[in-house]
Design a protein around this ligand. Structure first.
Ligand code: SF4
Length: 368
């Protein structure tokens, strides 16, 4: 009897790729075009390119990137303000590593650090509280970026500062919410997609229910997925299947961590400290109630209220990240892509971030 080889995860991925392609062919036969899906999350973009899935599927499915990379959508004014703040005496700025090289109007936080400013890279917002405790004679400011995934930790950080009665600490809030940006993009009519791969980690906090607006307001399907190749391919498969069955729905393919209602404890924490506000998205503009800011009673922890930093208009650049994060153009359509803009010399945040679409295409799609 011939020896049977075990069926590996790689085998399953290859099988799934072929199954997705078969289904995509049926979609094309029925509709006369290939399907267009948006992966909302920057981590999905990176996973789809890194694993070669995007390149393998590109003749059958148009996968476009969305606005879910927090570094890419952080407005240039906030970078400029942080650079100005770094010039204040006795100030320590804290931020995530990816923000260090994002170009502001005149320089980057990395260049300011090199020139002697006290700017520190941290891995958790809670680390910035420790820095504030260790440096009571200095003002510690954390640049708080992120989506619903990160926002509960920012609220927790404020709770810690409050409970420990730390006075020399504040956050420059520039958080973003997924629903308002997707609604704005869809209402504009410029972004035309057949469905969304929805970020699993956002849904851990907000729950499957938070994506029902796609069906109710826009009659578009979405599938919540994780970040492994099998999860992503299953999500794409389900999106095509919904179309072929003429159904519109939001499916949860990340059930081991995402529930219908989400993380109630995290939601309550957010509600206690934060409220929605109109915020600016880089390259997109101000979107109504698309971010969370500190409530008035926590103003002492709000760096925007604590420091009088004028928010001037940033220097205009020709970087097209605003279009890239809305799926309006592929990175290759930007004239600077690999022609003056590379991960080592980025002109815009989409080439800096480890979740940026331009960086993903440069590293994994460039020579395909
Ligand atoms: Fe911006 Fe560079 Fe991407 Fe062009 S290639 S959109 S300049 S980050």
């Amino acid at each position: 009897m011939p020896k049977m080889e075990p069926f590996t995860e790689t085998d399953l991925i290859y099988e799934l790729v072929e199954a997705v392609i078969d289904l995509a062919k049926r979609f094309k036969e029925e509709k006369g075009r290939i399907p267009v899906f948006m992966e909302v999350c920057g981590s999905h973009t990176m996973a789809l390119t890194k694993t070669g899935i995007k390149a393998r599927l590109r003749d059958y499915i148009h996968l476009i990137s969305g606005p879910g990379c927090p570094v890419c959508v952080t407005d240039q004014k906030s970078i400029d303000a942080m650079i100005q703040l770094s010039e204040e005496p006795n100030t320590i700025l804290c931020t995530f590593g990816d923000m260090m090289r994002v170009p502001g109007s005149k320089s980057t936080l990395m260049e300011e650090k090199t020139s002697g400013k006290d700017i520190r890279v941290i891995y958790s917002p809670l680390d910035s509280i420790k820095i504030a405790e260790e440096n009571p004679e200095k003002e510690v400011v954390f640049l708080g970026i992120g989506f619903e995934t990160t926002i509960p930790i920012l609220a927790l950080t404020i709770r810690q500062a409050e409970r420990k009665n730390i006075k020399n600490y504040s956050i420059w809030m520039t958080t973003k919410l997924i629903e308002p940006v997707l609604s704005t993009m869809l209402q504009s009519g410029e972004v035309k997609v057949d469905g969304f791969l929805l970020p699993g980690h956002v849904a851990v906090v907000t729950g499957k229910q938070s994506y029902h607006f796609l069906v109710e307001k826009f009659a578009i399907s979405g599938v919540i997925t994780g970040f492994e190749p099998i999860e992503l391919l299953s999500g794409i498969y389900k999106l095509i299947q919904l179309h072929l069955e003429k159904k519109v729905d939001v499916l949860n393919e990340y059930t081991h961590v995402v529930s219908d209602k989400g993380n109630i404890v995290a939601q309550k924490l957010i509600e206690e400290y934060l409220e929605t506000d109109d915020v600016e998205w880089r390259g997109i503009g101000v979107i109504h109630e698309s971010g969370l800011v500190l409530k008035g009673q926590y103003a002492q922890y709000d760096a925007k209220r604590k420091f009088n930093i004028p928010l001037g208009e940033p220097t205009q650049t020709n970087c097209r990240c605003g279009e890239v994060v809305q799926g309006l153009i592929a990175p290759e359509a930007c004239r600077f892509f690999n022609n003056g803009c590379t991960p080592t010399q980025p002109l815009g945040p989409c080439m800096v971030s480890s979740e940026g679409t331009c960086a993903a295409h440069y590293q994994f799609m460039k020579e395909v």
